[in-house]
Design a protein. Structure first.
Length: 167
């Protein structure tokens, strides 16, 4: 008998899940998430800009960047890539740019082709589903209280705008 781990069994109270359909091919959407020249142009909530210090998109690689508010306040971030399956899956840990960030959370992003409904089976777009798994329910609740859902959706809005410019 296989015993399920508590993390796998009880993660729902620690998750934030966001999903959006993009009118762009899956390969293009995946490239926007994995190429520095794209990430810097769209990543982060509306009103903030992104400055990359390091971008090594490979398993074990890091993306270190600052999100900069209009008032000049800087928010250091670090992403460590754990799993990359082009153009289907991206898994990374995300937190502040420190080694001892207890609030670091796991992000799993799936990129699924959306098929049309006219019977021809052509691709109509890409469904992106982002799952944030926080270390504790309290940390997840704190992220929600901080505006993580709204911030996530404004970030996806910026991605949609960037994808439209890319096509």
């Amino acid at each position: 008998m296989v015993k399920a781990s508590p993390e796998a069994t009880w993660s729902l109270d620690r998750e934030i899940v966001l999903s959006r359909v993009f009118a762009a091919p899956r390969e293009l959407v995946f490239a926007a998430w994995t190429k520095e020249e794209h990430l810097t142009q769209w990543f982060g909530p509306k009103g903030l800009t992104t400055k990359t210090h390091e971008c090594d998109v490979r398993v074990g690689g890091r993306w270190r960047f600052d999100m900069i508010a209009p008032d000049g306040k800087v928010f250091g971030n670090r992403v460590v890539f754990l799993e990359i399956t082009p153009p289907e899956l991206l898994v990374f840990d995300h937190g502040s740019d420190t080694d001892d960030d207890a609030g670091r959370f796991r992000v799993t992003i799936t990129f699924d082709e959306q098929r049309d409904t006219n019977g021809f089976g052509t691709t109509a777009g890409t469904v992106v589903t982002m799952r944030q798994l926080h270390p504790t329910k309290a940390q997840r609740d704190g992220a929600i209280g901080f505006g993580a859902v709204e911030i996530g959706y404004t970030t996806l809005d910026k991605l949609a705008e960037h994808l439209a410019r890319m096509q």
